[in-house]
Design a protein around this ligand. Sequence first.
Ligand SMILES: NC(=O)c1ccc[n+]([C@@H]2O[C@H](COP(=O)([O-])OP(=O)(O)OC[C@H]3O[C@@H](n4cnc5c(N)ncnc54)[C@H](OP(=O)(O)O)[C@@H]3O)[C@@H](O)[C@H]2O)c1
Length: 183
Amino acid sequence: MASPNYKTALITGGNGGIGAAICEGLLNSKFRVFLAARDSQKGQTVVDKLSSKGSIELITLDITDDRNVQSAVEQVSQKTDRLDVLINNAGIYPDEGIDILTVSRDLLNHAMNTNTFSPITLTQAFVPLLEKSDSPKVINISSGNGQLEGISANVPSYSLSKMALNGATILLSRALKPKNIAV
Ligand SMILES: NC(=O)c1ccc[n+]([C@@H]2O[C@H](COP(=O)([O-])OP(=O)(O)OC[C@H]3O[C@@H](n4cnc5c(N)ncnc54)[C@H](OP(=O)(O)O)[C@@H]3O)[C@@H](O)[C@H]2O)c1
């Protein structure tokens, strides 16, 4: 059976900021969009706002919760037989009023878990649906603070988490190349 002539994309943290703008851009490019948000009310507000532009549906997803991730895969699988683009956009910028000498282990854990480990586990979970696409892509939204020359002592957990995300992107890219998934 021939694939429908639209592409599908899932964007995490689609309920605000850059994520909502990406959703709008994808709708303008005729994508079928799955807007993932941990707060379904906030997500539905953006879905309602953008629904006149094309096909957009809400997926409830806290990226740090593995059971939630599995349920998101199941929700998407019930709606489509493939995913063309996964955009790991959701992230936190939690270093308020601290620096590398005062940052706590808890804050470091929180930033790494959200900004680095979640894009990895989410990518792992969506591989079976991505593999069914003709030209699957995973896009991880990093930051200038994740570059060696861009790290900042005033945003230590964020900088480290985005540096590690850049490393994860390289590793995922190598690992998924044999499956033709571009990262
Ligand atoms: N803004 C910038 O200047 C800038 C620069 C470089 C890179 N970035 C990166 O771009 C991405 C988007 O940034 P933004 O400026 O649009 O930030 P934002 O407005 O704060 O949006 C972040 C999004 O991530 C979601 N999120 C956070 N933790 C989550 C979790 N555990 N599960 C699900 N969703 C979660 C938030 O949901 P809630 O609304 O529920 O909190 C929100 O939708 C981030 O990865 C950020 O690091 C931003």
